[in-house]
Design a protein around this ligand. Structure first.
Ligand code: SAH
Ligand code: SF4
Ligand code: F3S
Length: 437
């Protein structure tokens, strides 16, 4: 039983946890199987941020059960991540999915090798979930997905309790690593070939370590690391975004000219009900400051439509905010009630057809600006860090610009991991094509 496969749902935190889990498995002698159904050990790293993610997880679990029952390759099925962190899901797994071999949570990732060994040696199912106490785990065993770019956790957990969001219940209270630890990890990553790092936290702006170092200090310290080319971070909550961070866009040449700044709604009254702790005016003020510090900064966002009680006028405030900011792109979501969060209990839930109609109207405006922003790159030559070849056609490589735009480039040679000059030839709403310059 020596092949493994990990299926990851959800955000970059989960992606990075999966890199850590892969590292553990490889140090136990397992090798990666590209096909999930050709691995003896399968790990499903789950997300519960919206109902859609729940459904996909249960569907997939059923497929692996079938394989295991039929004595196909699948032998051991492990479930981890945000789903089993909730008491409701724990009950469900114990009741309806009691055949799952190993279950662990976001706080017990470090126990995984022991749990897996115990499962194999005793034949008994293993269940290890602890309450949310947000431990700062050991980061050294990670098996990175990409050589040239790396995910680096700087904070764990979240203290913000936005009323729609499950994350504080699945990831525990916020904790920051120390600046020294993060800098030391980034230096090691650079020595190992990384030229881009993505600093991760549910709200990177509230990073503060035991010595009182804050996020802008961390960004400046990382900017000084030789050999590193690009710094990104995610996610930045507007409520804690400081002028000092905005200043970093002027002073730190490695900081990519992009910010992902989730607004959620353009209506101050909705933002208040969401417990976001900023209003439309404060958000616009930040946008104006960012644009004056860095005139060609790319701005992306997350938006939720159909939050409980959202009126047509409140929704139109979101549309007008999108018109004002002219986002480069936006992740748009239909509000999905999450059991245990305050908003799920609000009485004025919006009917699905209204939510859906607003979602379509919003996407139309968002897409209009995405195309407009992409078209600005037409005929320009830009630097693209190539992530790899696209599966469909192995002569086509894709990567990101400084402003996080996805560019497809055709090349006769393998350019994965290289920062190449690309002349943009075609700009569409969702993709940009180019040729090596
Ligand atoms: N920490 C980040 C968000 C992490 S969750 C921040 O504060 O910006 C990623 C996105 O999922 C959120 O920005 C939000 O837009 C969306 N989301 C979270 N809970 C949701 C829910 N219940 N329904 C719909 N979208 C949701
Ligand atoms: Fe969720 Fe809000 Fe925390 Fe982001 S800041 S993870 S939206 S509670
Ligand atoms: Fe999902 Fe958990 Fe991330 S709920 S979005 S995987 S923190």
């Amino acid at each position: 039983m020596k092949r493994y496969h990990i299926i990851t749902f959800g955000c970059q935190m989960n992606e990075h946890d999966s890199e850590n889990i892969a590292g553990m498995l490889e140090s136990m002698g397992y090798v990666l199987a590209d096909d999930p159904f050709k691995a003896e050990v399968v790990v499903l790293n789950t997300c519960s941020v919206r109902e859609h993610a729940d459904k996909r997880f249960y569907g997939m679990l059923g497929q692996f059960k079938k394989r295991r029952d039929e004595n196909k390759d699948t032998r051991i099925v492990c479930v981890c991540g945000c789903m089993p962190q909730q008491p409701r899901v724990q009950d469900e797994i114990k009741k309806s999915f009691s055949w799952v071999d190993v279950v662990f949570g976001t706080q017990t990732i470090g126990d995984f090798p022991r749990l897996l060994n115990d499962r194999i040696s005793t034949g008994k199912k293993q269940f290890s979930i602890t309450a949310n106490n947000s431990i700062v785990p050991d980061e050294k065993e990670s098996k990175r997905l990409h050589k040239h770019k790396a995910l680096v956790n700087i904070t764990y957990g979240c203290n913000n309790f936005c009323t729609y969001c499950i994350v504080p219940y699945t990831r525990g209270r916020e904790k920051s690593r120390s600046l020294e630890d993060v800098v030391c990890e980034v230096k090691k990553l650079v020595a190992d070939g990384a030229i881009e790092v993505m600093l991760l936290g549910q709200n990177v702006n509230s990073f503060i370590d035991d010595k009182g170092n804050t996020f802008p200090t961390l960004v400046r310290a990382i900017n000084d690391i030789e050999g590193l080319e690009r710094i990104r971070f995610m996610t930045s909550n507007p409520k804690d975004l400081s002028d000092e961070l905005i200043e970093c866009y002027r002073t730190c040449e490695k900081l990519c000219k992009h910010i992902h700044l989730p607004v959620q709604s353009g209506s101050s009254s909705v933002l208040k009900r969401m417990n976001r702790r900023y209003d439309r005016e404060k958000y616009i003020d930040i946008i104006n400051k960012l644009k004056s510090a860095c005139p060609d900064i790319a701005i992306t966002t997350d938006i939720i439509v159909g939050f409980p009680g959202e009126t047509e006028a409140e929704f139109e405030d979101t549309l007008s905010l999108v018109e004002y900011v002219k986002y480069d792109s936006a992740f748009t979501f239909i509000y999905s009630p999450r059991e245990g969060t305050p908003a799920a209990g609000f009485s004025d839930q919006i009917p699905y057809d209204i939510k859906h109609e607003r979602f379509e109207r919003l996407n139309e405006v968002v897409n209009k600006y995405s195309l407009e922003k992409n078209e600005r790159l037409s005929d320009k030559t830009v630097k693209v860090l190539i992530d790899g070849s696209s599966r469909k056609d192995d002569k086509s490589y894709s990567g990101r610009t400084d402003g996080f735009k996805l560019v497809n480039v055709s090349s006769g040679r393998d350019i994965t991991g290289q920062l190449v000059d690309v002349r943009i030839t075609e700009c569409k709403t969702f993709s940009i094509d180019g040729v090596l310059a």
